[in-house]
Design a protein around this ligand. Sequence first.
Ligand code: AMP
Ligand code: ZN
Ligand code: FE
Ligand code: FE
Length: 291
Amino acid sequence: MAGRYIDLHTHSTASDGTDTPAAVVGAAAKAGLAALALTDHDTVDGLDEAGEEADKAGLRFIRGIEIAVRDEAAEDELHIVGLWLRQPSAALRAYLAGLWEKRRERNMAMLQALALLGMPVAYDDIRAHAGGRAVGRPHIAKAMQEKGYVADVKEAFERYIGQGGAAFVARELDMPADGIGMLREEGATVLLAHPCLKTDMSRQRLDALLQEYKTYGLSGIEAYHSAHAPEQVRMCVELAAKHGLLLSGGSDYHGNNKPGIHLGVGKGKLRVPYLLLEKMIARRQQKGLWV
Ligand code: AMP
Ligand code: ZN
Ligand code: FE
Ligand code: FE
């Protein structure tokens, strides 16, 4: 008999996915997944809708979020996933409002740069492509495509708004201690997301990073991810064992915004066993946290 599989990293229209939260849940149920986490960037706005739909579908649902923190070594960002959020505290709501404000400032700066390149885009045009308050580059890319400045989202990133692009502006990011600590305060299980998405992640760096992030409250590492090669999975699993960290996994599904990435199976070969969820649950119960 086939095992039971899960997906603990997905995005909806609440951030930069193209399926509504309810549709992500529906697709997960249809794919035969036993559990799903919705982990939209910088927002919890899709979680209530997804949770209600999951109850109807008989799917185990975990309320999640994905945030970005500063990666000092690489002048880049690293992603953190928090699972088992409850209704957000006042502190979390304030934190997220701060993230949206920083996004707005950064988006405005990129729109200014685009205007100077002769590609005017209004803020309302990008908001129109965003389902929620976590507005970002994928929505700018869609607006650019709509205006005929680029053929597709890929070209928008490669030429203009991707790192090194003519209109790229870096996002002001929080320190890892702050982002991880904030999710920890909310009682979330905190995971380092897709550590090997960036090809420059060496074993030595990841080792040091995990050692450091554990002191801030990191509980686990997303070893299984659509973009992780088998040797990268192995490295994550080995380092998780070394540091006593939990293992997680997910597809990073974004609907049509990331064509070729499917719920549960990623590019086709991803499988995240239910056992990982059971281990997370056991760890939370040991600590007296809700599950
Ligand atoms: P932002 O959070 O506004 O910086 O936008 C980041 C999001 O843009 C990521 O979560 C991806 O979904 C998307 N993205 C980043 N790079 C690319 C790329 N080269 N092509 C398409 N989408 C991208
Ligand atoms: Zn995304
Ligand atoms: Fe991510
Ligand atoms: Fe993601």
